[in-house]
Design a protein around this ligand. Structure first.
Ligand code: BGC
Length: 451
């Protein structure tokens, strides 16, 4: 028994989905140069040119067998599901043109997943747009909703054997990074445009949902939401509580409330969380980890816990809070569509995985209808503006050498979890958690259970 942990066995539902996830752009690479998205274009501009070196081709999933080899690696661990993206710009490279070649490539991936007994879950929009659409104004263009619906229909017609669909990944980040703080393409800082884009994303989700359901009435359709959970800095203060509630609603849950009639589940991307308090100051500021520090009426504080290479705090208790709250509010099944950590040396990932699974189990014990957990990410990949600097993968690699792919030790821990009917938490702590983290994990787990 480690660090005073009492006997602890946890069990998740039999048909629970254990997977890992990727997005098309982050893993496919563009070795042949034929992909034309707004992000490919951005990486050719002065601002973007230095982010990725030409030799950094990353996991190279577009080339035959690279994706398939990674699927086999995670299947062997015992995972029974895989999230992957279908790149809009590949399927519809020009308006009105459908690429049979691209469809064939994705078909091979999906077939391989089936042959490995892995359930495929796909994402239709994950940050990147076809360049032709971006040139028409991207999500500001009035035809973007219909164009997205048409794309969804093409894919649904081809891939009737994909049972779970995510329309739009993290609409809140697309809006804030692309149209408020100009961090991502199209690099705008324009609240009016941001609002317009937000409404178009809601419309685009609905169009895609309708298109998929018309072709595949049995398919489960949702979207993936970035949940950056805020807790009141002082839970006894009514103004702090109000601030947390309002901010959680506006930045995390508003989109879900707008599309709740057209989702079968809520997709949750959870990485970290902060404290917040009421403090009028009229401006927005972000911290070194890119997270909100100041809001017009509030100020955030980073919890004093272990952090990732990105500087993000590890807060499984915030994860539990968010799941309970989201379920209570929407009464829809939940899929954890992303959860993971930038940790090149794999120092904290075992701690991260284990404590978040304990939190997940606590949520299930409280009645939350959880259908699956997709760890982010399958293999080290292109982390948007940060290039290949951060390593989120269960499979680690040197971005210049696809041959260097190797499972991290934490992937084995995750595999043991996925394979076990009954998970023996203490045994996994003993086996995977370094001694200097044992006290912290024991306290964290006890705290999660006491909540
Ligand atoms: C995104 C991923 C990204 C991850 C880690 C999520 O916001 O969906 O594309 O890699 O966070 O930053």
């Amino acid at each position: 028994m480690s660090g005073g942990l009492k006997e602890r066995f946890i069990q998740l539902p039999q048909d629970f989905l254990w997977g890992s996830g990727t997005s098309a752009f982050q893993v496919e690479g563009n070795v042949s140069g034929e992909r034309r998205t707004d992000w490919d274009d951005y990486f050719e501009t002065d601002k973007g040119r230095k982010i990725v070196a030409p030799a950094e081709i990353g996991p190279n999933w577009w080339s035959d067998e690279e994706a398939e080899k990674d699927f086999a690696r995670v299947a062997k661990l015992g995972l029974n599901a895989q999230r992957f993206g279908i790149e809009w710009a590949r399927i519809v490279p020009e308006p009105g043109v459908v690429s049979r070649e691209a469809i064939k490539r994705y078909r091979r991936m999906v077939d391989r997943l089936h042959s490995l007994d892995m359930l495929p879950m796909t994402t239709l929009f994950h940050t990147t747009l076809p360049l032709w659409l971006a040139k028409r104004g991207g999500w500001q263009y009035s035809g973007s909703r219909t164009a997205f619906g048409e794309f969804a229909k093409i894919v649904a017609n081809e891939f009737g054997d994909i049972p779970v669909w995510l329309t739009i990944n993290e609409p809140n980040l697309t809006v804030s990074f692309g149209y408020l703080n100009s961090y991502w393409p199209p690099g705008k800082s324009d609240p009016k445009a941001a609002l317009h884009v937000y409404n178009n994303l809601i419309g685009a989700h609905r169009e895609a949902h309708k298109a998929i359901k018309e072709v595949l009435p049995e398919a489960r359709v949702g979207n993936a939401n970035a949940i950056w959970w805020l807790r009141p800095e002082n839970p006894k203060s009514a103004s702090h509580r109000l601030m947390a509630r309002l901010t959680n609603y506006i930045i995390n849950l508003h989109f879900v409330s707008k599309v709740k009639e057209s989702i079968d589940f809520v997709g949750v991307n959870f990485y970290n969380g902060y404290y917040i308090k009421f403090k009028p100051q009229g401006r927005i500021e972000t911290d070194e980890a890119g997270l909100i520090k100041k809001l017009p009426f509030g100020e955030t504080k980073k919890p004093d816990v272990f952090t990732s290479d990105f500087g993000w705090p590890i807060v499984p208790d915030f994860f539990l809070d968010s799941l309970s709250y989201i379920y209570k509010k929407f009464r829809k099944p939940i899929i954890i569509t992303e959860n993971g950590i930038a940790d090149e040396k794999d120092l904290y990932r075992p701690f991260y995985i284990l404590t978040h699974i304990v939190a997940l189990h606590e949520a299930v014990k409280r009645g939350v209808d959880l259908k699956g957990y997709f760890h982010w990410t399958t293999v080290d990949n292109l982390e948007w503006r940060e290039g290949f600097k951060y390593h989120f993968g269960l499979i680690g690699m040197d971005p210049k050498k696809p041959d260097s792919k190797a499972l991290r030790r934490s992937a084995r821990l995750y595999g043991e979890i996925a394979r076990s009917e009954v998970i023996d938490v203490n045994q996994l702590v003993e086996k995977y958690i370094p001694n200097e983290q044992k006290r912290e994990i024991s306290q964290t787990v006890s705290r999660l259970e006491a909540k």
